[in-house]
Ligand binder design. Sequence first.
Ligand SMILES: *Cc1c(COP(=O)(O)O)cnc(C)c1O
Length: 339
Amino acid sequence: MQNIEWEKLPFGYFKTDYNVRSYYRDGNWGEIEVSSSEYINIHMAATCLHYGQEAFEGMKAYRGSDNKIRLFRWKDNAARMRESSKGILMAQMPDELFYEMVTKAVRLNEKYVPPFGHGAALYIRPLLIGTGVQVGVNPAKEYLFMVFVGPVGPYFKEGFNPVTIQIVRDIDRAAPLGTGHIKVGGNYAGSLRASERAKAEGFAAVLFLEAKEKKYIDEAGPANFFAIKGNKYITPKSDSILPSITNKSLMQLAQDMGLEVERRPVAVEELAGFDEVGACGTAAIISPIKKIVDRDTQKVYEFCKDGKAGPVSEQLYNKLQAIQYGKEEDKHGWVTLLD
Ligand SMILES: *Cc1c(COP(=O)(O)O)cnc(C)c1O
């Protein structure tokens, strides 16, 4: 293994030594298989290739100052994966198998878990696909669940520096009663057009609106949206956003810090009155947002005028990272130590 420059890691694919797999056949999950191949061999008529039977998760393993490896709220990821499975009629993973495979993938690649103090972590990608053969539109009878991992640095190259995003109305991420609330690849395919265009126009991400009325804020690209206004932590409530575990944790920490938490529809015009806004998710934890440009009206909303993240966002970020890296007491029982 080459020497890894932990500070310089991008957020991207990194080849490690092993991945783990389990096949679902005849109504049962099979033995966990360890593989050192980066490839999978599947039938050309597998449902994941034609009809989008694919769901994934994103988690991180953090190495603390005590050198121990920590998983964060893995049960929530396992539960969410089952929700995704239910949503597109795939086989569901029991908690135990999910945990066993995630921890196995981490342990087998332990040398790739970044040492404490570089802001890096081991990204964990669990993945579930329909492998059964169908040509007519039907759910598969066979599935493959696999977990691969790789060390990552910060998601945005700006790190914890504020980003600029764009409001769009001519492309929706998810339909009101569609699949926006589950973590399926199809949602991402549908959002690529908007996100690539935003990048080409100089923005870090898209701020999608609720598709029916286009009045309310839904999601900040692949992350949840939140705002700070005075003593309030405000985040959208919508049936078409993905329930972020990071957001759920930030809501709890905000409450612990004495903030009032509001989860409700958030109208676009409210942006003008917010003190701080940000995007949150496992990849970036928090990305502070400094500017939001409405692509249709050219209206500009600006935050963090001094160019830095707002004080509440920063406090929330530090608090959550401190728990994840084991620097602060885990009062809510979110952390699982790998022994
Ligand atoms: C994964 C994801 C998030 C973030 O969820 P976390 O559990 O916090 O990582 C937010 N929005 C979308 C669309 C996602 O796919």
